[in-house]
Design a protein around this ligand. Structure first.
Ligand SMILES: CC(C)(COP(=O)(O)OP(=O)(O)OC[C@H]1O[C@@H](n2cnc3c(N)ncnc32)[C@H](O)[C@@H]1OP(=O)(O)O)[C@@H](O)C(=O)NCCC(=O)NCCS
Length: 148
C-alpha cells in the first residue's frame, strides 16, 4: 500500500469523495482548502482521506472513503493512522464529524477517538435531501476527537 498527497485538481476524485459525503455543495466548501491523500494498492486507487486545518494545532478529517470492493480490509484504519503520523508535529488534536451510524462510530472509536459534541439537526439544516445510513435517517452530527 502506498499513500500520496494530491496537490491539484482534487475534484478529479469526486466519485470517491461522494462515498464519504453525498453532497457536492458541502464538498466544495472544504475541498480547495484541504489536504487530500490517496491510497493505492499497486496501481489501483483504493481510497482517500481529506483533512482540513481548522485552527492552530486543530485538524479535521472532512472526508474518508474506501472503494466498496476494498472495504473491511484495513485500508481506512491505515489512512487514519497515516494522518496521526503525518500531522504529529503540526496538530495536537484531530477531530471529525459523523452521522449516527454505529459501524462508522465503532470504526473511529477503535482508532482512539472519543465523543465530545453533538450538532443538533445538522443533516436537516445543511443538506437539501434526507440521508440514510444503515436504514436510519441522519439528523445530528456527532463530533469525535483524538489527541495526537
Ligand atoms: C468507513 C470506512 C472509511 C472504513 O474503512 P475500511 O477500510 O472499510 O475499514 P477497516 O478495514 O480499516 O476497518 C474495518 C472496521 O471498520 C468498520 N466499518 C465501518 N464501515 C464499514 C464498511 N462499510 N465496511 C467494512 N467495515 C466498516 C467495521 O466495524 C470494522 O471493524 P472490525 O474490524 O472490528 O470488524 C469505509 O468502509 C468507507 O469508505 N465507507 C463508506 C464511506 C463512509 O461511510 N465514510 C465515513 C467516514 S466520512
Amino acid at each position: 500500500m502506498r499513500i500520496k498527497q494530491v496537490k491539484s485538481e482534487k475534484e478529479r476524485f469526486m466519485d470517491l469523495l461522494y462515498l464519504g459525503d453525498e453532497d457536492e455543495n458541502m464538498i466544495s466548501k472544504y475541498l480547495k482548502k484541504s489536504n487530500m491523500f490517496l491510497c493505492y494498492e499497486g496501481n489501483e486507487l483504493v481510497g482517500q482521506i481529506t483533512v482540513l486545518r481548522l485552527a492552530n494545532k486543530i485538524y479535521e478529517i472532512k472526508n474518508l472513503s474506501i472503494y466498496e470492493s476494498y472495504q473491511g480490509k484495513g485500508y481506512g484504519s491505515k489512512l487514519v493512522k497515516f494522518i496521526f503520523e503525518h500531522y504529529k508535529n503540526k496538530a495536537s488534536v484531530i477531530i471529525l464529524g459523523t452521522g449516527e451510524c454505529d459501524k462508522t462510530i465503532s470504526f473511529y472509536k477503535n482508532l482512539g477517538f472519543t465523543y465530545f459534541m453533538r450538532k443538533k439537526n445538522f443533516f436537516i439544516d445543511n443538506y437539501d435531501h434526507e440521508m440514510y445510513e444503515e436504514g436510519k435517517k441522519l439528523i445530528d452530527m456527532l463530533y469525535f476527537k483524538r489527541v495526537i
